[in-house]
Design a protein around this ligand. Structure first.
Ligand code: AKG
Ligand code: FE2
Ligand code: MN
Length: 233
């Protein structure tokens, strides 16, 4: 594991979400935004209107950002390298459970085209980017605990493509762990976390058993994310 990735894993430790509390949230909460409900309701759900306002404009999920063909091209390119590694489960203090990962600097033409599109929509113009792209493969039983990516090594914006499975990304304010925002990261979507959503909220990927959106079960299968980051200013 590279230094960068190891450092980016410094978790801001939080007691894991209380499960029964979570259930109450997932069954009743799904704050619906009434008549003005827009496209956003398909991927954004929060425990209060305030918390939704706090992240609006700083989180974004673009559904179907890549086609099935593009997903397949990316998958083929990363699968050979990933297959040689074993999923890691037993490091209790890791931010991520049940994963294997790699970084890639050089991509084939099809993937490079996709990554160029990601960079164009996600990052401020002229923002220096982290060269290697991070590829994270979560086993069906894998999950990512709440953490904030290293502020020393990564800048204001994190952009990730989701391959193979839908999943739920949860954001929790660092200073108020009872509030939360859930993002439905559908298969082939692109998510973008910016500024406060990246610096002042922890993010996590829920385990299959806890994976609900608006009270609806969202089965979590093996999931590969392809993540681009920029450099700190
Ligand atoms: O899999 C993802 O989309 C997020 C991964 C993540 O949070 C990380 O590697 O820091
Ligand atoms: Fe990471
Ligand atoms: Mn992260």
């Amino acid at each position: 594991m590279t230094l960068l990735i190891r450092v980016s894993r410094q978790i801001q430790r939080k007691s894991l979400q209380n499960t029964s509390l979570y259930r109450i949230f997932s069954e009743s909460s799904a704050l619906r935004k009434g008549p003005e409900c827009t496209d956003e309701c398909k991927w954004l759900c929060g425990s209060s209107e305030e918390i939704l306002s706090a992240v609006r404009g700083q989180v974004e999920v673009r559904q179907n950002f890549i086609s099935e063909e593009e997903e397949n091209a990316l998958f083929k390119e990363v699968e050979a390298g990933l297959r040689k590694k074993r999923y890691e489960f037993d490091h209790w203090d890791d931010a991520i459970h049940g994963y294997r990962e790699t970084e890639r600097l050089q991509w084939g033409a099809a993937s490079e085209n996709i990554l160029r599109r990601v960079r164009t929509v996600a990052f401020p113009e002229g923002s220096p980017l982290l060269g290697p792209v991070h590829v994270l493969d979560l086993d069906k039983k894998g999950y990512i605990k709440p953490h904030i990516d290293s502020v020393k090594f990564c800048g204001s914006t994190i952009a990730g493509l989701s391959l193979l499975s839908d999943s739920i990304m949860r954001l929790v304010p660092e200073n108020n762990t009872t509030d939360r925002v859930d993002l439905l990261l559908s298969r082939r979507s692109l998510y973008i976390l910016r500024d406060d959503a990246r610096f002042k909220f922890t993010h996590e990927i829920l385990k299959d058993e806890e994976s609900f959106f608006s009270g609806q079960k969202v089965p979590r299968h093996r999931r590969i994310s392809v993540i681009c980051r920029n450099l700190p200013m």
